[in-house]
Design a protein around this ligand. Structure first.
Ligand SMILES: [Zn+2]
Length: 238
C-alpha cells in the first residue's frame, strides 16, 4: 500500500462544471474583476455585492457533482492506500466523493466566518440560490455584530497556517505525489510540486496541458483529470 498525496487545482473542479475563478466572471458579473470581488477591501466597501457573488458561486458548487476522478481518489483510500488530498479548490467535491481529511489551501466556499472576530462555522447561509448578479446583504455575527464573510482566501491574504503546514508534512511523509489540474501559477501552492521533488518523491502530473509544474514532474500524463485518475486507480488498485 502506498502513501499518496494528491495536489488538485482548478482543472479538477472544471470537469464537474465549476468554472475557474476567471471563467466565473461571466454574465452580469463580467463587468467586475478579481480585485473588486476577491479582496477584504472589496468586501468592506460593498459587502452585498461581494457576498452575492460568492453565494452565486456557492450555489453553482452545490449543484455540481463529483466526477470519476474525485471518486477514483476516494476509491484508493477505500482500498487501503494512505491518501491525503491537498486542494486549491474551494468546493467540497472531494469530500462528497468520499475523501476524508481534505486540506483546503485556499479555504472553503461553503463555510463562512465573521470578518471581525473570526467566529466561524456560521450555519450554511445558502437556503435558496441567489440569481445571477443579485446583490445580497451578508448576515451578521451573533457574537459581535460583524459581517459574515466567505471562508475563502482572498487576494493579499495568507494561506491558513494549519493547512499549509499539513501540506508540507504530507509531502515529507508520503511515497509519491500526484498533481492534478493545477495551473502551477498561483503561489505559494505552486511551489509544492518542486518541494516534493526536492524531497525525492516521485511526482506525476495529470493535466491535458503542460503547466507551470510540468518541469518539476517525473512523469506527465496529458489526460483530463477524470481519465488520468481512473487509469491511476486501475494501476494501484492492487
Ligand atoms: Zn464576530
Amino acid at each position: 500500500m502506498a502513501h499518496i498525496v494528491f495536489l488538485t487545482g482548478a482543472g479538477m473542479s472544471a470537469e464537474s462544471g465549476i468554472p475557474t475563478f476567471r471563467d466565473a466572471l461571466t454574465g452580469l458579473w463580467s463587468r467586475f474583476d478579481a480585485e473588486r470581488l476577491a479582496t477584504a477591501a472589496a468586501f468592506r466597501r460593498d459587502p452585498a455585492m461581494v457576498w452575492g457573488w460568492y453565494r452565486w458561486r456557492a450555489a453553482r458548487v452545490m449543484q455540481a457533482q463529483p466526477h470519476a476522478g474525485h471518486r477514483a481518489i476516494a476509491a484508493l483510500e477505500a482500498h487501503g492506500h494512505r491518501v491525503e488530498v491537498i486542494t486549491q479548490n474551494v468546493d467540497d467535491l472531494h469530500e462528497r466523493a468520499g475523501s476524508t481529511g481534505v486540506v483546503h489551501l485556499h479555504g472553503e466556499l461553503l463555510r463562512s466566518r465573521c470578518i471581525d472576530c473570526g467566529a466561524g462555522e456560521h450555519p450554511d447561509p445558502i437556503v435558496r440560490p441567489p440569481a445571477d448578479g443579485a446583490r445580497e446583504e451578508p448576515p451578521r455575527c451573533a457574537a459581535c455584530g460583524g459581517l459574515i464573510r466567505p471562508g475563502v482566501v482572498w487576494f493579499g491574504e495568507a494561506l491558513p497556517v494549519q493547512a499549509w503546514s499539513r501540506a508540507q508534512d504530507a509531502l515529507a511523509a508520503c511515497d509519491r505525489v500526484v498533481v492534478v489540474g493545477t495551473s502551477g501559477l498561483v503561489q505559494p501552492a505552486a511551489s509544492l510540486p518542486a518541494l516534493a521533488r526536492a524531497l525525492g518523491k516521485h511526482v506525476l502530473e495529470i493535466n491535458p496541458q503542460r503547466s507551470g509544474v510540468t518541469e518539476d514532474a517525473d512523469e506527465h500524463w496529458a489526460l483530463p483529470a477524470s481519465e488520468g485518475l481512473v487509469r491511476l486507480l486501475e494501476r494501484l488498485r492492487g
